[in-house]
Design a protein. Structure first.
Length: 365
């Protein structure tokens, strides 16, 4: 045995020993998770809540705080995310609705937030995702709410007015768009491109430069774009993700064609449970202002008086007659915080209607 082989054998033996310890600890953790489920079922009966967003956010933050490398903080957190996902599946298999078909960015957000042991269920529209969760057919839903390039997803905002659901969490996803095609010979000969309208908007400059006269056909999702392009032949392309390319066996012709290199989409987790404090939280509300001069200014003053930082404000038609509006507002803090309670009480007094959409942990990974 050479000196190199001898040194490698020592290191590989160490790795094997560490693997055995890790394996034992993983099973110990899984057994502990099963015991947690038994305790919850014993004391909570049919109302047992197995998934606690605030608890998982706290665990992931501690993982990143105590990490000493060489693995990056977020990489370690993703490993623990999958461990928690597997253990949670032993307590209760998680059914999560998302905008389908398979291969969408929303499905990637499901996997990032819940881990790959959750059962993602695709639906044809965001409306269906809300309905499934409200009916109890899915434990949670994942819906897009905001893109860093194109702004808010207004249809999702409007659905919060119609459905009585809580926001239980958020997840931020870096979005990279790729040009996909059956033919691997480059971009020549393409006569039609399929994609979601948001993706066309996020890749507008690149498309105008490379395909100024090629037909652009908007479809329900990027995964649907990849599916159709895969079926229709070499003169058709799609803008979609790596997941869609793999799922529909398409060739990635050009990678990262989005106009903004830091292009990201924020997704919300919707459910029917109230989420406790995690220590770093955000609250979302819908508020309809009184129809008078300075109404919005008066509402915003209450946040300033309570020293609460706003992270987003968006205007939408209230659906209660012409020229009446509601405001979607995100701000820092949990609804149970005294300062937040004070501000909410004042907002209720000064508004026509206020709907608390939920307090939830700020995205961790």
């Amino acid at each position: 045995m050479s000196n190199q082989e001898a040194e490698l054998k020592v290191l590989r033996d160490q790795i094997d020993s560490i693997d055995r310890q890790m394996h034992k600890l993983l099973n110990d953790r899984a057994r502990c998770a099963q015991q947690v489920a038994e305790v919850k079922e014993k004391y909570q009966a049919g109302d047992a809540v197995f998934y606690r967003p605030e608890r998982e956010a706290q665990v992931l933050r501690r993982v990143m705080e105590r990490n000493e490398g060489p693995l990056a903080d977020k990489e370690v957190a993703r490993l623990f995310r999958e461990v928690m996902s597997v253990c949670l599946a032993l307590e209760e298999p998680m059914r999560v609705a998302f905008l389908g078909p398979e291969g969408t960015f929303t499905q990637q957000a499901v996997n990032k937030h819940f881990g790959h042991s959750a059962q993602g269920v695709p639906f044809n529209s965001t409306d269906e995702v809300f309905r499934e969760v409200e009916a109890g057919s899915a434990h949670y839903g994942v819906v897009p709410i905001e893109n860093s390039t194109e702004g808010m997803v207004n249809h999702t905002l409007d659905l919060f007015k119609r459905f009585n659901l809580q926001i239980c969490g958020e997840v931020e996803l870096r979005v990279h768009h790729h040009l996909l095609r059956n033919d691997a010979d480059g971009i020549s000969g393409i006569k039609r491109i399929y994609s979601h309208q948001q993706s066309f908007a996020q890749c507008r400059s690149w498309l105008d430069s490379h395909f100024p006269s090629v037909e652009r056909v908007a479809v329900s999702s990027n995964a649907e774009a990849a599916r159709r392009a895969a079926e229709e032949g070499d003169e058709v392309a799609a803008i979609a993700s790596d997941m869609a390319a793999e799922l529909y066996q398409m060739n990635v012709i050009t990678r990262n064609i989005e106009d903004q290199p830091d292009n990201s989409t924020r997704f919300l987790i919707i459910g029917d449970q109230e989420v406790g404090k995690s220590g770093n939280d955000k609250t979302s509300i819908l508020v309809t202002a009184q129809n008078k001069t300075g109404a919005l200014y008066e509402l915003l003053q209450h946040f300033h008086a309570s020293d609460i930082s706003l992270t987003r404000i968006e205007t939408r038609p209230a659906g209660q007659g012409a020229w009446k509006y509601m405001f979607y507002i995100d701000f820092e803090g949990h609804f149970s915080d005294p300062d937040v309670q004070k501000a909410l009480d004042a907002l209720i007094a000064d508004s026509v209607e206020l709907k608390l959409l939920g307090s939830y942990p700020v995205a961790v990974i």
